[in-house]
Design a protein around this ligand. Sequence first.
Ligand SMILES: NC(=O)c1ccc[n+]([C@@H]2O[C@H](COP(=O)([O-])OP(=O)(O)OC[C@H]3O[C@@H](n4cnc5c(N)ncnc54)[C@H](OP(=O)(O)O)[C@@H]3O)[C@@H](O)[C@H]2O)c1
Length: 331
Amino acid sequence: MKNITLPGTEENVSEFCLGSMMFGGRCNFSEAEKILGTAIEKGVNFVDTAPMYCDGYTEEILGKILKGKREKFFIATKVHKGLDSNNITESLNESLNRLQTDYVDLFLIHWPAVGMDPLEIMSALNTLVQQGKTRYIGCCNFPAWLFAHLNKIAERNGLAKFINNQVTYNIIQRGIEIEILPQAIAENIAITTYGPLAMGVLSGKYRLGSPVPVDSRGASSSPIVTWLSVFGESIESFIQLAEEKNIHPVQLAIAWVRSSAAVSSPIVGVSSLSQFETSIKAFDYNMSDVERKTISDIFNTEVKEEGYQLFPGLKYNFPRLRRNQNLLASN
Ligand SMILES: NC(=O)c1ccc[n+]([C@@H]2O[C@H](COP(=O)([O-])OP(=O)(O)OC[C@H]3O[C@@H](n4cnc5c(N)ncnc54)[C@H](OP(=O)(O)O)[C@@H]3O)[C@@H](O)[C@H]2O)c1
């Protein structure tokens, strides 16, 4: 496994960031243990989690499995509760408890919220860095302007700055190409990207004209059902292209994400060891510009103007936050 130097730090982490969101749900303890054991063997040391995954149980599982092996991993977790200083502090303390560790490597604001106070947030995070409870800080799902704004407040006040924005990116969801990726290159920001398979839509298991497999996330996820209806034909062409290349669609989809120069680490979600073993091979496959264009053309999802499909996560989950001009209390 190739290591990268995480932008904004001198840390060497695996390019593969293992997403743990399914641990404790679709992936039971013993399967998660096998995945993490194999991850260590194969040089994957970057693990992403959050208190909201299985209501804290995912972190508990990681805590049990990583006990005695903590130093081998670079662990990112996120703020669970509101964004006032008490909640930020309490959220990390609770995560440390569940993870059975004194510190995490990266602590992220999970989502922006209406009425955020930038100075209060960055001061609370800075205190956690000074206390050694987190080594680095960052955020998820932040538009570029908001990331820059909070870092400017931090800089003015001599506080620790965000080094990472964790955002969704795959062949279907390309909104971050407009501002977030160019900003990352200009300012050396670590970009970790979740959903490389569009929650599994690009994995090859969803086929046009066939029912959604009952044992998949598609059986209970509305974005998956929507994407299948909008992109069914493109998905078929994509699977066919993968077959012609003798590569698994999972590997082609992850390789497409990796082929962006601005992406530091794709966060790959798995529900089983067998999925992990398929996904990891994508990190041996270097996609050419021509291939990237061929695949992009199949979907025609390039965002042509700023307003269209920007921050799709905000669109699906928190419509009221999308393009909300009152996110900051200080405005
Ligand atoms: N910051 C945020 O707001 C945020 C939001 C979401 C996720 N995340 C992080 O990003 C990680 C990845 O997100 P994601 O799980 O949505 O991304 P994803 O990688 O696009 O989707 C993973 C899903 O794809 C399917 N899959 C994977 N390998 C497969 C294979 N070989 N064959 C068939 N299906 C396969 C599995 O679905 P089935 O389970 O149906 O088999 C798996 O759950 C999460 O674990 C989490 O750590 C962060």
